[in-house]
Design a protein around this ligand. Structure first.
Ligand SMILES: [Zn+2]
Ligand SMILES: [Zn+2]
Length: 86
């Protein structure tokens, strides 16, 4: 029997797998375009996702995640920020 594949992206807080959730503000582009008039389009970094195009969301329930932080991760927030490695 093969071991389950280790997901690449784990929750900073509880260590569960995370799934990518594309940003709905910029459709995963990371930047948004704004028509400032006279045919001029300005693009700027999406403020919803800080230009990342989405975020890694913890797949455990919010309650599990909150109540079961990994040792030393009590202060981490749910999801994956890259701050703690994978
Ligand atoms: Zn979690
Ligand atoms: Zn965005």
């Amino acid at each position: 029997m093969r071991e389950a594949e280790t997901p690449d992206t784990l929750c900073d807080r509880c260590g569960a797998a995370c799934e990518w959730a594309g940003c709905h503000m910029c459709d995963g582009e990371g930047e948004r375009e704004f028509d400032i008039g006279n045919g001029v389009i300005e693009s700027y970094e999406c403020d919803m996702c800080d230009g990342d195009g989405g975020e890694w969301r913890c797949t455990a329930t919010a309650r599990y995640c909150r109540d079961n932080p990994l040792p030393g991760r009590e202060g981490a927030s749910q999801g994956h920020s890259g701050e703690y490695g994978r």
